[in-house]
Design a protein around this ligand. Structure first.
Ligand code: GLA
Length: 348
């Protein structure tokens, strides 16, 4: 595995010959999480025995030669979009790969979802994974040392701590891109899921999904989730913002402002009664309702059609380095490491 990691980090060569480990974490009661070092991916998340994340059967199925996907991955170096694939660093304009229309999405075509992380520490309830992203990785300057820690707690929570350091000014945005479906049937529509988001504002986008730069009130719009409502309630109304991404694919400005004290969001399936509360130190959360899922076949031969999952990606706002948001700059400075924590707590 170490050799694969080195090869992958330097050359991004074909990794299909690698054996990928799977680490099973358990809190000894209702929660079990299986993680592979390939992209730090959560490949199974069992709540009372019910798997609530889409993905594939085996860790090797997540290799880019088999499937191009973000299922369960930690995305980086910059999660979501950078406009025109460009960032300004000091006086330089850096051109990054444009892998989503004109934009750089999720760190470029060989983002961290395909990097084989090193396993630093592994125990029943905790897994620590690290990755060295070299200077010039997917065009991003600076060598970044990244660390992801998964911890399970007694209260059925999964905690993810992200840490990153650089030797040179660069940009950073780390999140987990799990595709949640709490229905107990990973091919079923998530329109029935009740979603609540503690956000008075969101960041509207242009026609290529880049934030316009202003915060807009959710009040009186389909983006008002301040009281729990079914995801499907307003998703197909004739709203120009919803038409851009065929549903929700937007960043919410969280009222929790970096505090873990209160949940920023809650998701619940009325079918199973499984609920998930999210707490985060991140300023924003991208809500993506699986609009581009195309029936890709996953676990046990199950197809995943559009809107059969929802991703709740706690993070900096998309394209932050190209805007002036004090609470979300997206920059990583050599003297100021990046730290971010998100806790998913499950109830049944
Ligand atoms: C994010 C983006 C979406 C889409 C998915 C991956 O959530 O905002 O537009 O690219 O990732 O398919």
């Amino acid at each position: 595995m170490y050799l694969c990691s080195v090869i992958h980090n330097i050359y991004y060569m074909n990794t299909s010959s690698c054996h990928l480990d799977v680490f099973t974490l358990s809190n000894g009661s209702n929660l079990q999480v299986d993680v592979t070092p390939l992209g730090c991916r959560i490949i199974r998340l069992l709540v009372h025995g019910t798997d609530v994340v889409q993905g594939f059967d085996k860790a090797e199925d997540y290799l880019p030669e088999r499937h191009v996907s973000y299922f369960g991955a930690v995305v980086g170096r910059y999660a979501n979009r950078l406009a025109g694939g460009r960032i300004a660093l000091d006086w330089d304009i850096i051109q990054l790969p444009q892998n989503s229309g004109p934009n750089c999405l999720h760190g470029g075509p060989q983002g961290w979802q395909y990097a084989v992380f090193n396993v630093e520490e592994s125990s029943e309830r905790k897994l620590v994974l690290t990755h060295v992203s070299p200077d010039g990785d997917n065009g991003f300057p600076g060598t970044v040392h990244a660390r992801v820690t998964y911890t399970l707690d007694d209260d059925d929570s999964l905690r993810i701590d992200y840490h990153a350091e650089t030797d040179r000014l660069t940009v950073i945005n780390m999140t987990n891109h799990s595709y949640f479906n709490l229905n107990g049937d990973l091919s079923s529509s998530i329109h029935n899921h009740l979603l609540q988001i503690d956000a008075d504002r969101y960041t509207p986008i242009n026609e290529v999904s880049i934030p316009l730069g202003k915060h807009a009130p959710v009040d009186g719009t389909p983006f008002d989730f301040r009281t729990a409502k079914p995801i499907g309630q307003d998703i197909d109304v004739n709203d120009p913002q919803l038409l851009i991404g065929r549903g929700y694919d937007h960043n919410f400005v969280l009222n929790t402002r970096g505090s873990l004290e209160h949940p920023c969001a809650r998701l619940e399936s009325p079918l199973t009664g499984i609920a998930m509360e999210i707490r985060t130190t991140a300023p924003g959360m991208q809500v993506y309702t699986g609009n581009f899922l195309d029936g890709i076949v996953g676990k046990g031969g199950t197809p995943y059609p559009a809107r059969s999952a929802v991703c709740l990606e706690t993070q900096m706002y998309p394209d932050s380095p190209n805007h002036r948001w004090p609470e979300s700059t997206g920059y990583l400075h050599p003297d100021a490491p990046f730290d971010s924590t998100t806790i998913f707590t499950f109830k049944h």
